[in-house]
Design a protein around this ligand. Structure first.
Ligand code: ADP
Ligand code: MG
Length: 439
């Protein structure tokens, strides 16, 4: 008999620790409890957080913020299906008392509980079903840290777990035994194992959740790195094109000019030679200028003084070369903003302003740059002729010619986990809003 019990107990321990399905785990705990104690019925309650409904626990009897949730019930003599319910934890109920006191409770007859104790048996279930609750064993489930995570409540000990009690008979209660010391000992140990198994089960579920988030983030990273590579590739193409159309073209022209000079020299046309050499020198200057512009564009030196001053200086040059009035307001400190963010935002300002000049026919532009510890927001608002934003989607743009372009802005803002919105109504100007997180 004892051997059989030990074996059962050992098997239960093993199967509890390997069960991944929470519902099956509850079933295993309750079935094993009934078998080991020959109880007729049993119920498991767990402690949950009142707000989140997540599994919780009770420390030192403090029930604040927690509820008791009924999770499973078994009845070997009667077929009952109880609905899920939660209840406040109170010392007036047997399960509540067990959770708060952290001690197991043995009642020999639920209808003969003495007046001195705080808890009472709730007869509602018996009254509704014709069941007769007599002996009760209520065991707290304690985790590794001795915090209470729930209760296993067993009802009506039978002579053998295979027996069934016929509650229609008047003397049904006579055959019911009180739970004994051994039952209490075994159940305390089982409840401990059950609590740890449930906690592991929850950890397992948390880990599954984390894994899912990790997988999602990973695929987002793959998406982003593809986009970064694409953006780099486009940038390289753009630079190649600029060099091809600019300095490379100029160098070819210079070699033509040199040929002309040689011809003048061999023909002895000295006046023509001098004028061609002057011309040649001008061309070299303009070629050097072209190269410098490309270099400057690759790494504008003004960015080294920080975002605010870079934007300010860009606005100054922009204003002097046109008739659009710009109002720039800013707040915050740009000293901690990394170079790649400064450069991205600077390019956005460049593109947005050049769009206003090219397309908007605006009189005024309002630019607001706000830097906080957690984010940067940039708003660029013009009072120009506006456009239908929806039409952008159907238009095909030559990305290389368009440079950064609105789509380019959107992609780059996404790469740095920011948001971009563009609002425009024909006749009512255009608003570009950018928000970039700094954390
Ligand atoms: N501030 C603006 N005011 C009016 N129209 C604009 C403005 N900004 C952009 N647009 C419209 O959106 C289109 C797309 O802009 P963009 O992507 O920068 O390409 P591009 O400037 O090369 O045409 C422009 O062609 C123009 O019609
Ligand atoms: Mg543009």
């Amino acid at each position: 008999m004892l051997d059989e019990m030990l074996k059962e107990f050992y098997d239960i321990g093993k199967s509890l620790s390997s069960e991944k399905d929470t519902l099956k785990l509850f079933e295993k705990i309750i079935n094993s409890s009934l078998k080991l104690t020959s109880a007729d019925a049993g119920t498991i309650y767990i402690v949950i957080d009142r707000k989140t409904s997540e599994w919780s626990h009770i420390k030192n009897g403090s029930t604040r913020g927690n509820l008791l949730k009924f999770v499973i019930s078994r009845n070997t003599s009667m077929n009952v299906n109880l609905q899920d319910y939660t209840a406040p934890i109170s010392k007036k109920s047997i399960s509540g008392f067990t959770v708060i006191s952290g001690k197991s409770l043995r009642i020999d007859d639920a209808y003969k509980i003495c007046d001195e104790v705080e808890y009472r048996h709730d007869h509602t279930f018996d009254n509704n079903t014709g069941y007769r609750t007599k002996s009760i064993l209520s065991i707290p489930m304690k985790n590794h840290d001795n915090d209470i995570t729930g209760v296993i409540q067993l009802i009506n000990k039978k002579h053998s777990w295979k027996d069934a009690i016929d509650y229609d008979k008047n003397d049904a209660a006579d055959g019911i035994l009180p739970f004994n010391d051994t039952d209490e000992l075994i159940m305390n140990s089982l409840a401990g194992q059950a609590a740890v198994a449930l906690e592991n089960n929850q950890l397992y579920r948390d880990m599954q959740g984390l894994l899912k988030v990790y997988k999602e983030q990973n695929s987002h990273l793959i998406y982003l790195s593809k986009n970064i590579m694409k953006a780099h590739e486009e940038e390289r193409k753009r630079i190649a094109r600029e060099i091809h159309d600019g300095p490379a073209q100029s160098a070819v022209n210079l070699s033509f000019k040199l040929e002309i000079c040689k011809r003048y020299l061999s023909d002895g046309k000295m006046d023509d030679l001098v004028s061609e050499i002057n011309n040649f020198s001008d061309s070299i200057h303009s070629t050097v200028k072209e190269i410098r512009t490309i270099i400057y564009d690759l790494k504008p030196s003004c960015l080294e003084d920080g975002l605010i001053s870079a934007v300010q200086r860009y606005i100054e040059t922009f204003s002097t070369s046109g008739s659009i009035n710009i109002d720039f307001t800013y707040s915050g400190n740009d000293s901690a903003i990394e170079y790649y963010l400064t450069s991205t935002i600077y390019r956005i300002v460049q593109e947005a302003l050049s769009n206003v000049r090219k397309h908007a026919e605006a009189d005024n532009i309002n630019i607001e740059l706000v830097i906080t510890n957690t984010r940067i927001t940039l708003d660029i608002i013009d009072d120009g002729k506006g456009f239908v934003v929806e039409e952008l989607k159907t238009r095909k743009f030559d990305r290389l010619k368009g440079g950064f372009g609105l789509e380019g802005i959107r992609e780059r803002v996404e790469l740095i986990r920011g948001d971009m919105t563009i609002q425009s109504t024909p006749g009512q100007g255009t608003e570009l809003h950018i928000a970039i997180p700094l954390l």
